[in-house]
Write a protein that binds this ligand. Structure first.
Ligand code: TYD
Ligand code: MG
Length: 469
């Protein structure tokens, strides 16, 4: 007869150790090992029941997807949920995972797909109240408030849905695994069992997974291997904006970004994010530059802001919100050494407006210009965007996907783009102002803002950039 066994399992990577240790021997995480009692081996999974066949005879007709009816979610899923697939939706508590899924289920149920929501966290009544607010009480949407895996499997047998949502996987309990809910063994065992069911019943399954403080899913990497798709739902708690990304997707690209706004009646698609980000922009203010950033395949126009004040500290402050603080430091060093600007005496605050993170090097030039604009108290004309990577020698380098970036800028009415010398030609309506170095870009900024010059002779962006130095 097999015996119960105790192991210590890492909550981060899922590795096991016979003895407890302060640090996981596999991934090095501190205080992550938790004692677990393992059930006898017979509780292991039963496989998918597949039999071998020549690859050429495998039916490759793609299964019809279930569009969720939520535009931004379908965009990230490349069309919708695939029958028989398992999707993990991860995000911090309170970010809106349950809201998004109730809205999606209601739309799918309204379209004729029978849907089952398993709520392990909220009672049926709580879910109903929320659904009323979201206008999501529709025929064909079933709910069971349950945490026991066998009961969930029985409910699926009873209802025979086309789409199943488990909210959340961390609350599910497989009684054959002798540990408490939320442990890696439980999460892993329940996911494996639900995945088998999804494949055998051709059931599109979505698992909600809460994310721990440091950003990883609890019981994380083990799950990411098992499921077909991993979505992550993010956003700043104090902003209404929510971003949805696929970090793994077996049925399509992973680069797509979905954008939502959390409103009084649930999540609303944001099909024109650049318009949203620039909506409250004040023009003619020093320290503000718009960058055409890329989020996945999607160009996003984001305003970068900087504020520079004289410092009384030995080591001046450098603060970056929604930006890479390391790159901010690098740009300040380049501006100090290559353009001879005295940032060492100033506190610097910089941010990306609207609750997005802009960390790509393509934002260097715009951020540097925002810093100089703030330092000199000189605003840039309001119809200018800037994009380019800045090197340590002060050179401005070409970045990828310039065409969609500038096309988006043109669509939103921007007329000038400060870009690297080697940049491809911009679309019609946008004039390129080519700069080889950060010093060139600063010269452009100063010249365009030289209000003392009479209007007729005041340099335009173009004449400055092309003038011999
Ligand atoms: P929820 O979907 O419960 O988050 P999660 O399942 O990821 O933990 O979302 C909870 C938050 O969303 C809560 O703070 C209230 C807010 N909210 C709205 O602002 N509007 C709404 O219509 C709903 C349903 C929730
Ligand atoms: Mg929830």
């Amino acid at each position: 007869m097999s015996r119960m066994r105790t192991v210590h399992r890492c909550g981060e990577c899922g590795a096991t150790a016979v003895r407890w240790a302060g640090r996981c021997p596999a991934c090095g995480a501190w205080n992550a090992l938790v004692a677990e009692t393992l059930a006898p081996e017979s509780a292991a999974g039963a496989g998918l029941g597949g039999c071998a066949q020549p690859l050429s005879e495998v039916d490759a007709t793609p299964a019809a997807v279930h569009p969720t009816g939520i535009g931004e979610l379908d965009r990230v899923l490349s069309g919708g949920l695939v029958p028989g697939s398992v999707t993990l939706l991860g995000g911090e508590p309170g970010i809106g995972k349950s809201t998004l899924l109730v809205q999606a289920l209601a739309t799918m149920a309204g379209g004729g797909d029978r849907c089952l929501l398993v709520s392990g966290e909220e009672s049926s009544q709580q879910v109903r109240l929320r659904a009323e607010r979201l206008d999501a009480v529709v025929d064909g949407l079933w709910i069971v408030a349950e945490t026991s895996l066998p009961a969930v499997l029985a409910a699926v047998d009873q209802i025979d849905p086309a789409v199943l949502v488990i909210d959340s996987i961390q609350t599910m309990i497989d009684p054959e695994v002798g540990t408490s809910p939320g442990t890696v063994s439980q999460v892993q065992a329940c996911t494996t069992r639900l995945t088998q069911m999804a494949k055998s019943r051709n059931l599109a399954t979505v698992l909600v997974g809460h994310v721990t403080k440091d950003g990883s899913l609890a019981g994380p990497r083990v799950l990411e291997h098992v499921v077909d798709t991993v979505l992550s739902f993010e956003g700043e708690r104090h902003h209404a904006l929510r971003l949805l990304r696929a970090t793994k997707h077996r049925f399509g690209a992973t680069g797509e970004l979905g954008l939502f706004e959390m409103a009084d009646r649930g999540l609303v698609d944001v099909p024109d994010p650049s318009g949203l980000f620039l909506g409250d922009r004040r023009t003619g203010v020093a320290g503000s530059v718009v960058v055409p950033a890329m989020e996945g395949h999607r160009p996003l126009l984001v305003e970068l802001q900087a504020l520079v004040t004289r410092s009384s500290l030995v080591q001046p402050r450098r603060s970056g919100l929604g930006l890479d603080v390391g790159r901010l430091g690098l740009l300040l060093a380049v501006l100090e050494r290559r353009v001879r600007l005295p940032f060492g005496k100033f506190d610097v605050y910089a941010s990306a407006v609207g609750g997005v993170r802009v960390v790509e090097p393509a934002a260097d030039l715009a951020l540097a210009l925002a810093l100089v604009s703030a330092l000199n108290d000189v605003p840039l004309p309001s119809d200018v965007v800037a994009c380019g990577e800045v090197g340590l020698a002060g050179e401005v380098r070409q970045v990828g996907r310039t065409a969609p970036r500038l096309a988006e800028a043109a669509r939103l009415g921007f007329r000038h783009a400060i870009v690297p010398v080697s940049s491809p030609d911009p679309p019609e309506g946008v004039e390129a102002v080519r700069v080889a170095t950060l010093a060139d870009a600063v010269a452009v900024l100063r010249a365009t803002a030289d209000r003392r010059a009479p209007a007729r002779t005041r340099p335009t962006l173009r004449s400055v950039a092309l003038a011999p130095r």
